[in-house]
Design a protein around this ligand. Sequence first.
Ligand code: NAP
Ligand code: HSE
Length: 437
Amino acid sequence: MNPVKIGLLGLGTVGCGTVAVLGRNADEIARRAGRGIRVVTAAARDLSRPRACDLEDVRLTTNPVEVVDDPEVEVVVELMGGTEPARELVLRAIAAGKHVVTANKALVALHGNEIFARAHERGVMVAFEAAVAGGIPIIKALREGLAGNRIDWVAGIINGTGNFILTEMRDHGRDFADVLAEAQSLGYAEADPTFDVEGIDAAHKLCILAAIAFGIPLQFDRIHIEGISRITREDVAFASELGYRIKHLGIARRAEAGFELRVHPTLIPERRLIANVDGVMNAVLVHGDAVGPTLYYGAGAGAEATASAVVADLVDVVRALTADPENRVPHLAFQPGALSDQPILPMTEVRTSFYLRLRACDRPGVLADITRILGQHSISIEAILQREPDPERGEATIIMLTHEVREGDMQAAIAQLEALQHLTSPVTRIRMEALGR
Ligand code: NAP
Ligand code: HSE
């Protein structure tokens, strides 16, 4: 049988990784898919740039529309990144009845509702395994492997660059900027690396995971997002002394009144497997009512790790080319007409425990004032640690771990604490998750 012909948009880290994996594993892939898969044309911005893959038999162009419109191309693989012109090109491919594979989480999170609706109308597939957690087949696991469960929560380390930075800072005391530059040179970071360090990339991925886990529309603008740029080595050390690791987590949880969707640095007990996921590795913990907790681990970024997911999608698309469109796995796991309209909760209604770091003048009554304010807001302290005061600055550092509290109450308590004269700097607060049940 003739090979399926692919048009590639983008020949960067993931584009070249995909060409390399398709070439090296061509026989295995054809045995799995039932047909060969061949890249016939590809677009990049600068054709004079050296590429890390063999493009001898590939027609190259700087015009991505030519790739989409090429009559030979049956499947368009979008690996350019960004939302425009990627959105327009993907919609153009769908309108032409072509299947699409993409690794673009920003595109899926922000425009997925529109893209999937058009794809459904046109009866084509849009596959996006590589958009979440690089090489880990988490979309497949959630959409198919856990289809018998009611998903209670999902918590993941879903940005490789951020995890790489936190790990290097903790283990080697390296500077944030240095490690970020290395992540960029290794091809892990987004074109705009603030997406990685400020949590936007993780929020794109969380948005997709939540939609598939709970059967809700993609709602990126309802996610609470905090990055890792304000985490200090001191907090990492205090957390460690108390038996915790600080990880940048994306969390989606089913609560009584709606869903929590949040991305923020989080203290996790160091005995949890996920607390020990380091470097560029990602891990996603999914709790289903029937199966309990399950953990998915692997490389979250990088050329061939991501290509592994792109090629798996291609194999799925090729296998399904002849299947009746109505009987394919739905894009967001649940049938398009069966999505839930339960609300995403405002952050003030979310309940978590907290790590608090306060710096205060070393005077009698300071601790009493602090605990009185916390008590007034029904915040109960689980552990407390006070360092010997710095004699030169006359200042003490106090670390507290709290029991679970409503975020709105914690915000009010922190505002009152920061108004105290004895506090010498703003309160550092990091949320904590036990991730046990
Ligand atoms: P990249 O290295 O920057 O590659 C982007 C490619 O797209 C380049 O070849 C670029 O051409 C081409 N391109 C961009 N705009 C174009 C335009 N208007 N016309 C023609 N070509 C254009 O990016 P990447 O790291 O491979 O990431 C690609 C996608 O995969 C992104 O959506 C990213 O979020 C996602 N992703 C990346 C990773 C990873 O580890 N890197 C992992 C998972 C998902 P030039 O080379 O000529 O500039
Ligand atoms: N920049 C992303 C990361 C690439 O570091 O996780 C993988 O999605």
